[in-house]
Ligand binder design. Structure first.
Ligand code: MV4
Length: 451
């Protein structure tokens, strides 16, 4: 097992990783930018190192600074958390060449699943259902129109280096394909330095179901059930839950076993997520692999009782999985709300600054993962998530009731937050029925009345 690791991240995930390390008796080295000098996680780490200016590009994304810190602090491994360098194959490669462990998949796996057209090919090879689409990248406009003719409109043009909703464009007919294709290529080139695009049939009103997997270096892969992340706005998840309220036990099992096939085919080690879309007829399709621990890993921790961060660290250190598939027994229902310092009445504009009062809720079935405290100043340079509020209850109905109680109990003075908006969603009849898809927020938010 590692003796000492560096955490290349900030905020609640840095704190989450420190907690796991303390329980594993591993020393922690935290890094921080000039804007994070007063952050809570720095008081919890064994050692702290300033790695640069406030801008992420000059600190949390600066590979030479992070590697220097790791060398100076003499750590055996780096945990990248989520975001920043977590899915950067080059960074994982640099760690390898410096003989520093990377707590995540191999650089080769990160690169291959990071290429979405390649990930699709791997899925096809593993008999994992994909959305009808092009066989690999589409070269030019003529090719695009021909493939689209075969699949039928509407079509989604996706950037191979995109993902998470970036670099996508809908084409509803031949003329819009002709113009859209070139624009998509140009946008992809500008955004990712890679103009490669591919086509998929556009699935209308899908549900977003993702499967948590764990894979050790010996090639054992297990799943820890799915999360339903259909409640999102502009590709930012707002509410995640497990189990999904809208899939049958049979479909759940089919999706989970497909996720395991995908992980094995991608030679996936460490913790990861396989994302699927489920259409209105309960067909499911692979869309992406997330080669990192995700924000919402906590949902799975609550339903399975498995500490995913501890598992990640153990697997990166070369320990084989002790957990067997039959020992993973999801229980009850978990809901997570992401609380952001944003103003829902001003188009979710970030609302950083002084947190005058921050009193999180408690009581039965409640977990709060947050780096915030009364008197903390939320820096404007990073994402606006200030807390993850989770509840775990026996049933979904009880979980919704506890979540509404806990959201109501939260006292946050200073910045505007998304709490009122989250409460609105939890009270919506379609959400309560589990009758929602990824278009829920956009539809609901454009409606004058919600019921
Ligand atoms: C799609 C789709 C419909 N059809 N692919 C968005 C994020 C990225 N992971 C994939 N995404 C989508 N891919 C096909 N062929 C609709 C989405 C999508 C979406 C997916 C999951 C969660 C929220 C979403 C919101 C809008 C669009």
């Amino acid at each position: 097992m590692f003796r000492r690791i560096l955490i290349a991240n900030r905020g609640e995930i840095a704190q989450r990783i420190i907690r796991a390390c303390k329980e594993l008796d591993i020393e922690t080295v935290a890094v921080y930018s000039e804007a994070d000098a007063d952050a809570l996680y720095l008081r919890q780490a064994d050692e702290t190192i300033c790695i640069g200016k406030a801008a992420s590009s000059a600190s949390y994304l600066d590979i030479p600074s992070i590697i220097s810190a790791a060398e100076i602090a003499d750590v055996e491994a780096i945990h990248p958390g989520y975001g920043f360098l977590a899915e950067n194959a080059h960074f994982a490669e640099v760690c390898r060449s410096c003989q520093i462990g990377f707590i995540g998949p191999s650089p080769e796996t990160i690169a291959s699943v990071g290429n979405k057209a390649r990930a699709r090919e791997i899925a096809i090879g593993a008999k994992v259902p994909v959305v009808p689409g092009s066989d690999g990248p589409v070269r030019d406009e003529t090719d695009a129109v021909r493939v689209a003719q075969e699949i039928g409109y509407p079509i989604l043009i996706k950037a191979s280096s995109g993902g998470g909703g970036r670099g996508m464009r809908v084409a509803s007919n031949e003329p819009s394909m002709k113009t859209g294709f070139r624009q998509a290529q140009a946008e992809a080139k500008a955004a990712f330095g890679d103009e490669t695009v591919y086509l998929e049939k556009f699935v209308e009103r899908p549900r977003h179901i993702e499967v948590q997997i764990l894979g050790d270096k010996a090639g054992n892969v297990i799943h820890l059930g799915e999360r339903d992340c259909s409640i999102q706005r502009r590709h930012q998840k707002l509410i995640e839950e497990a189990p999904s309220p809208s899939i049958s036990a049979k479909l759940r099992d089919k999706i989970a076993t497909a996720a395991i096939r995908m992980a094995k085919a991608a030679d996936y080690h460490n913790a990861g997520t396989v994302e699927f879309l489920v259409d209105s007829e309960d067909n499911f399709y692979f869309i992406e692999v997330n080669a990192r621990i995700q924000v919402e890993h906590t949902v799975t921790e609550m339903t399975t009782g498995v500490d995913l961060i501890q598992q990640q660290i153990r697997m990166a250190a070369g320990e084989p999985l002790k957990l067997r598939q039959k020992d993973v027994t999801p229980r009850g229902h978990t809901i997570e709300c992401r609380i952001n310092a944003e103003d829902p009445e001003k188009d979710f504009q970030p609302s950083p600054g002084l947190l005058k009062t921050f009193v999180p809720p408690g009581g039965p079935g409640v977990r709060v993962d947050s780096h915030c405290f009364s008197g903390y100043r939320i820096p404007p340079h990073y994402d606006s998530m200030i807390a993850k509020l989770l509840v775990h209850r026996n049933t979904r109905e009880e979980a919704i009731a506890t979540m509404l109680r806990a959201l109501g109990e939260f006292v946050i003075e200073g910045p505007k937050t998304t709490i009122p908006f989250l409460m609105d969603i939890l009270e919506h009849s379609d959400f309560r029925r589990g009758n929602h898809d990824t278009g829920f927020v956009e539809r609901y938010y454009n409606l004058p009345s919600k019921r």
